[in-house]
Each structure stands twice: as structure tokens, then as C-alpha cells.
Design a protein around this ligand. Structure first.
Ligand SMILES: Nc1ncnc2c1ncn2[C@@H]1O[C@H](COP(=O)(O)OP(=O)(O)O)[C@@H](O)[C@H]1O
Ligand SMILES: [Mg+2]
Length: 310
């Protein structure tokens, strides 16, 4: 083979390689465009929720009918998780307000701010949610002050609008798919007040969410924590203890009612190698010590009768 021929072959071979490499590069680029960036994958975090009492179906029906929902139930019965799961499944953006005595009207509606010598109105979460038709989650609504509730009432009535006296009387109209779910804790909870009847009537779909039956609670824990067969007995005991503590708290024999969150924590701590009794003391009994020795001892006695004394 002559040198010239050899050179021509090399050059053909190079062109062939460049072609293949370019093709590969384009394929990788297309693949990258198809798969979303890591951030948005993180945003789609899976929310674990076992719909044991068909709450999801009622929420969906209320949403389709344009009726706002009030969820009533003690802390830790899964109210927030239910709403987060609902929003994610319905592909609705979620805006949340967690009410307390410190929640101000300006937090909901917005406030004027001074920026580089100019006064601007910065919209609050209620206004933003109405305009963009998100799911507005009003958590522990009965912890809010009367003036805050009054402002909400204006937005929630049939006109679904808000007059911004803070911004030259601008009228904010809610988007058609705007949806609101509120939760209230039972009145026995510290810091809770009765909702004014007219505000109550803005939420005509009322759902009760209570602690689930024992077998369902076990199923819920199972979805959060991998449970080894050897641990099932202790977890069933913890659920039984939680149930007794909740019953005692309901009749004001004890100050505190443990939530499902505690049962999940129990299972996690048990997995670290602690005994059932030790874990029960850490997760349950020690909480009651803040109300004195008598309260703590009552719970320790319950632990002994359920878990035994070693
Ligand atoms: N039905 C359920 N399915 C899965 N997890 C649940 C369920 N109910 C409660 N949980 C878990 O229990 C804990 C407390 O729930 P949360 O939604 O915060 O209750 P609440 O808002 O009523 O106080 C969370 O860790 C949640 O994941
Ligand atoms: Mg909550």
C-alpha cells in the first residue's frame, strides 16, 4: 500500500470515528433532556399515606364540587400527611399556613414594604394562593385570632374575593380551581378556640380523622419502618400502650395523648437494638415526667403491665 493510500484510509477512519462520537454525544444530550434534573426529582418525594378510612375519596369529591373541607382530629392522626398526599396526587401546588396566636393578618394578605425608596405591596400567602388557584392548607385554624379569621372569612364566602384595603382597594378574585382545606384540633387541645359559626359554614364538607384501629396502625408503621418478625410483638405492645394512653388522655386522666408519629419512632428505636420496655420508657413514659412523678409512675405501671418488668 502506498503512503498516499495509507493516509486516505486513516483520514476515512477518523471521519468515521468523529461521526460515531458525534452521534453518541447527541444521544447522551437527548437522554439528559428527557430525564428531569435532580432537583425536580427531589420535589416529587413520595409521601407515604395509607388511606384507611377512604378520606381521599371524600376530598376528591369535595374538590370536584368546589366545596371547601374541614378536617377535625387530634394531633398526629395524619391530617397534614393526607393533605400533602392529596395535593401531590392531584398535581396541585400546596400553600400552607400553620396558625398560632402569632399569625397576623399581614401574613395572609400581605404588607407594604419600602424598597429603594419605593413603597411596594408584597402579597401574602392567601392572596398568592387565590390568584394562582393552589390548594391552600389552613392548619390548626382554631388557634388563630379573631381578626385573622375575619379576613379569611371575606375570601372564603361565595364571592371568593378579597378587597385589599392595604393596596388601594385592589380586588383579588380567586381562580376557578382554588381549593381550601382547613384542620382544627378538638376543643380539648391547649390554645384552641371555637370557630365562629359563620366561618364554620364556609367549610361544608367535614371529615373526622381519629387514631386508626390497632391493626391499621401496625400497617402504617410497617410502611414507614422495616419491621423484622422478631419485633412485631413489641410493636403491637407499643400500639396497645399508645391506645391506653390516648384513652386516658381523652378522659383527662393523663395530660398527653401520643400520636402515630410516636409509634413510628418506637419502631425505629427498637430497630437500634433497645428492648421493648426500654424503648417504651424513652418514647412514652419520659414525656409524662414534666407533669410530675405521679403522672410518670402511672405510665410506667402501664408499661410494666404490657411489656413485663425486664
Ligand atoms: N394514614 C397514614 N399513613 C401513613 N402515615 C401516617 C398516616 N397517618 C399518620 N401517619 C404518620 O404519622 C405522623 C403524624 O402525621 P401528621 O400528618 O403529621 O398528623 P397531624 O397533621 O394530624 O398532626 C407522620 O409521620 C405521618 O407520616
Ligand atoms: Mg399537622
Amino acid at each position: 500500500m502506498s503512503c498516499v493510500q495509507y493516509d486516505q484510509n486513516i483520514s476515512k477512519y477518523c471521519k468515521y470515528c468523529i461521526c460515531i462520537l458525534t452521534l453518541k454525544y447527541v444521544t447522551v444530550l437527548i437522554k439528559q433532556m428527557e430525564s428531569p434534573p435532580v432537583a425536580s426529582k427531589l420535589g416529587q418525594e413520595e409521601i407515604i399515606y395509607l388511606d384507611w378510612n377512604n378520606a381521599f375519596d371524600i376530598l376528591e369529591k369535595a374538590y370536584r364540587s368546589g366545596l371547601f373541607v374541614l378536617v377535625i382530629g387530634p394531633k398526629g392522626t395524619g391530617k397534614t400527611t393526607l393533605v400533602r398526599r392529596f395535593a401531590s396526587q392531584m398535581k396541585k401546588e400546596l400553600d400552607s399556613v400553620n396558625f398560632s396566636l402569632r399569625t397576623r393578618e399581614s401574613h395572609l394578605v400581605g404588607s407594604r414594604t419600602l424598597n429603594k425608596g419605593e413603597i411596594n405591596f408584597v402579597e401574602g400567602v392567601l392572596v398568592k394562593s387565590m390568584r394562582s388557584g393552589t390548594l391552600l392548607y389552613l392548619d390548626e385554624l382554631n388557634a388563630a385570632e379573631a381578626d385573622v379569621l375575619l379576613r379569611l372569612d371575606e375570601a372564603l364566602d361565595d364571592r371568593r374575593q378579597l378587597v385589599l384595603k392595604e393596596a388601594e382597594g385592589q380586588v383579588v378574585k380567586a381562580a376557578d380551581d382554588w381549593f381550601v382545606i382547613a384542620t382544627i384540633n378538638p376543643l380539648s387541645h391547649v390554645g384552641t378556640k371555637e370557630l365562629p359559626p359563620q366561618l364554620l359554614s364556609r367549610f361544608p364538607v367535614r371529615m373526622r380523622l381519629d387514631y386508626p384501629p390497632e391493626d391499621i396502625e401496625l400497617d402504617i408503621v410497617n410502611r414507614h419502618v422495616k419491621i423484622d418478625d422478631s419485633k412485631i410483638r413489641d410493636i403491637k405492645h407499643a400500639i396497645q400502650l399508645a391506645k391506653s394512653l390516648r384513652e386516658a388522655a381523652a378522659v383527662e386522666e393523663l395530660y398527653y395523648s401520643p400520636s402515630i408519629r410516636e409509634t413510628i419512632a418506637f419502631a425505629k428505636m427498637l430497630n437500634t437494638g433497645l428492648s421493648g420496655r426500654q424503648t417504651a420508657e424513652i418514647v412514652y413514659a419520659n414525656t409524662y415526667d414534666q407533669w410530675g412523678q405521679v403522672e410518670y409512675q402511672k405510665v410506667m405501671d402501664m408499661i410494666t403491665s404490657i411489656f413485663g418488668d425486664s
